[in-house]
Design a protein. Structure first.
Length: 237
């Protein structure tokens, strides 16, 4: 298979994401426990697979997740500000006796898995198996890949993810979240530059991120809702 044969995403200048290669799009919901802490993911409805489509990134489309041209009407400024630097170079190492937690804070999509069960960035300092396993589990649940757990021998823990785009829903926060791109789907900028290919990244779809094209958690402050939270989903066609 050639480099351009599989699923891929291209950012357009002040416009939508162009998604090619038949990338599946599935609704993914953050599940919380009795304490309101994020603990797992739930898969929802799957959209019909298209060989190519345009996905809204301004947040204003009436046919979410697809683009309807609203970016031109509202004068959307989609200028990209995210770094092209590789994760392993940009992330900071939080070292512990059993495991190291790598952290690239600007990628945070505020899904809050890392904050459950004692906070992963604190647990990494503990010298026990339970804390180590929690750090690994919570970092693997991070949709943006802000956190990754690394063994002393250099082994990096990554969840097994097939190529997919998830429409994140966050009922606990009462908002819709980013586009969770999984499985190493290539993303290119409007200038044709390639962002580092990663197993998991989150792309902004509320139009408000200061780290475009990636999510920075601003959808919560903005109260972004694609219709799923209030039960009025737009038509998928």
């Amino acid at each position: 298979m050639g480099e351009t044969d599989g699923p891929r995403i291209a950012v357009t200048r002040n416009g939508p994401y162009v998604v090619r290669g038949g990338l599946p799009i599935v609704r993914r919901t953050i599940v919380v426990d009795e304490d309101g802490e994020s603990v797992s993911w739930q898969s929802g409805e799957e959209l019909p697979v298209r060989e190519s489509c345009t996905v809204c990134r301004c947040g204003a489309s009436d046919t979410k997740p697809y683009c309807d041209g609203s970016h031109a009407v509202i004068g959307f400024d989609g200028a990209e500000t995210a770094s092209l630097e590789a994760y392993e170079n940009a992330a900071v190492a939080i070292e512990g006796p059993r495991i190291t937690l790598m952290d690239q804070v600007e990628l945070c999509a505020d899904a809050r898995f890392c904050a459950a069960k004692g906070k992963a960035w604190h647990l990494v300092a503990r010298d026990d198996d339970a804390a180590r396993e929690t750090v690994i589990a919570e970092s693997n649940l991070c949709p943006a890949g802000r956190y990754t757990a690394v063994e002393p021998d250099g082994t990096v823990h990554e969840p097994a993810l097939g190529m997919q785009m998830g429409l994140v829903e966050d009922p606990e926060a009462g908002v819709s979240g980013p586009l969770w791109v999984q499985g190493g789907v290539p993303v290119t900028s409007a200038d044709g530059e390639s962002y580092p290919v990663r197993n998991r990244v989150t792309l902004c779809r509320c139009g408000k991120s200061a780290n475009k094209p990636f999510c920075d958690g601003t959808h919560i402050e903005a109260g972004f809702d694609d219709g799923a939270i209030r039960g009025t989903e737009t038509t998928w066609w």
